[in-house]
Ligand binder design. Sequence first.
Ligand code: 9GP
Length: 754
Amino acid sequence: MNLDELSRQKYGRSLAELDDATVYQLLMSVVSEKSAELPLNAGKKRLYYISAEFLIGKLLTNNLINLGLYDEAKQQLAEAGHDLNKVEENEVEPSLGNGGLGRLAACFIDSMATLGLPGDGVGLNYHFGLFHQKFVDNQQTTMPDGWLDREGWLRDENTSFTVEFGSFSVTSKLFSIDVLGYERPKKNRLRLFDLESIDDSLVPDNSIGFDKTELKKNLTLFLYPDDSDRNGQLLRVYQQYFMVSNAAQLIVKEAISRGCNLHDLAEYAVIQINDTHPTMVIPELIRILTEDHDIAFDEAVSIVRSMVAYTNHTILAEALEKWPLEFLEEVSPKIAAIIKKLDELTRAEFDDPAVQIIIDGKVHMAHLAIHYGYSINGVAALHTKILEESELKPFYDIYPEKFSNKTNGITFRRWLMGCNPELAVLLDTLLGTEWRHTGDVSGLLKFADDDEVLEQLAAIKDDAKQVMRDFLKFNQGAQVLDGSIVDVQVKRIHEYKRQQMLALYLIWKYLDIKNGNIPERPITVIFGGKAAPAYVIAQDIIHLILTLGEWIANDPDVAPYLQVIMIENYNVTAAERIIPAADISEQISLASKEASGTSNMKFMLNGAVTLCTIDGANVEIAELVGDDNIYTFGASSDEVVKLYADGSYNAHAYYLKPGIKLLVDFITNPQFMATGNAERLQRLHDDLTSKDWFMALLDLEEYIQEKELVYSDYEDRKLWLKKSLVNIAMAGKFSSDRTIAEYNDEIWHLQADK
Ligand code: 9GP
């Protein structure tokens, strides 16, 4: 590849003469042409990973890495005076996902391609994806994020299907994005269905409001459209059926083209459903097999049952979908009828009311997936244990063989080689390049006492902090304090993740500094995340964080030592700039509630030390790095489960503890309230003092103590650098290549292509 020559051919100018936007176009065309030439991973059996979200992030750097062109491109660009990071700023990040669930799906398709497994991601081509977050008056506002308007990686597959709803039908259009494996000669695809009759003009310029009843025109406009009313909920069911009907038609069509007679469909296709959103693929496949291909109902059920596997990503009731049967009857009477039949079959077999599919007029999608799939897995060891022993115990008692754990993972291409190239090069120097294929970086451990290596790690962290500073300055004009310790909590805003607990710590620290206790060095606390538009308390938490940030910045006694930054519109690109710079990874969910977490893995791999509750994959991180290299606090998952079971958590009693009352009441102190939105702050205060459903006050005192310990340990430079090194060295387990190999060995049984 000679970029200068290509530039002269294409634009009649040297590479050095191009602006960054044109360099981006040039690189994108090089990558697209190369990937278009690659054949697909082939094999008799294919996997279809169906997901409502694929948070793929920008693709240029990632694809250059996977094509083995990254170093070459970077060097040629540098010689011509260009910086790849700057060039990539011209790429628009597709907003096809929300949080960990969608990012996991993106890591998984990368790993499937890397392992040569024939399989594709299948989802929807949302025109505006998830909303774009903007802060106005220290509050979250939402704007449409029209990523599709601009040039991108989508390719038209020239394939369409008809999807019949109860009262109308629509035609779909299939697009795909190439998914390249790491240094692999073959590829997979992310296949995204769109609606032929979609109408972007339904969405006003500055608002995410639109007519939810215009179904023929709106089905693929937004990911997770507001569902606070009936029309919004119905729209989600329409979207889901549109997604799975297309997926099922695609699967059947492709299997037939490979010689399948449909009685043997399970030998040709396996489906992984990512959370419950795609569950209707089960009745849809049964419908297609019986209605279009004359297969008897019982046989169709057993075919489908042997080819669908379900991953559960949460125990939160709100995310375990239960749709009113009447919704399904409206969206697709045929699907509703099949679900009723399936429900009758399970009722005949099992007496226990807890395991029925239709309960009080609602269809429990997870129950449908467990009865009529062959596999269910959790996403971290603790999460799977909770599923088996409490949340889904009645199902585990019936089908112990269907349950397994698959601890999540992250792709090291994006989360190390791409976002932290300096660290990747240091690993090459110390370990050789084999880790790039195996994910095994444990060889680093033998350098734990090597001062030179520790100093190299420190220098890499400093450089990453500079990248972060530049990003925050460019993104939102934020100026990070010089020489500060960087302490980060980035994730969706949700009470169970307890951003409010970190905010209460910040109040404590603020008051402590006011009392004259000046920290050894400045502290920068960074938040990032979006709150669902209908989730009022989450918006209140954002407001508290932003108001507090402003309050502290305006106090000259404290501002030089403590700073709070909330990243606006946190997304994959922001994550890539922030995570390598972090010293401390905040993973402080209420134990039992975070199924796994994946940012915890990304931080660890980039040398941050984790401050966490014993929850999700934190448990496995703690086991790997040992007590000396992680900070844990808070009630255990068993204790929390018990508190919920006997209803004995009393938020008000915790609030009345003098040390806690002072902090919580700060939120409604009249001077502070006057700088923010009184209604929001009052509501959050009242919620914390009377309900505190996710028990932030329960763990607050221990959290404050542990945070102080972390900050003081940071001052022992060598000790800290060693902790950081051990974390990197032990992160190999969390490569998504390992996770996907486990899915394949234990669930999918695909033949890897050569
Ligand atoms: O909340 C979980 C998160 O803990 C997990 O890491 C991620 C990927 O498995 O899934 C999240 N779940 C959802 O976003 C919705 O179920």
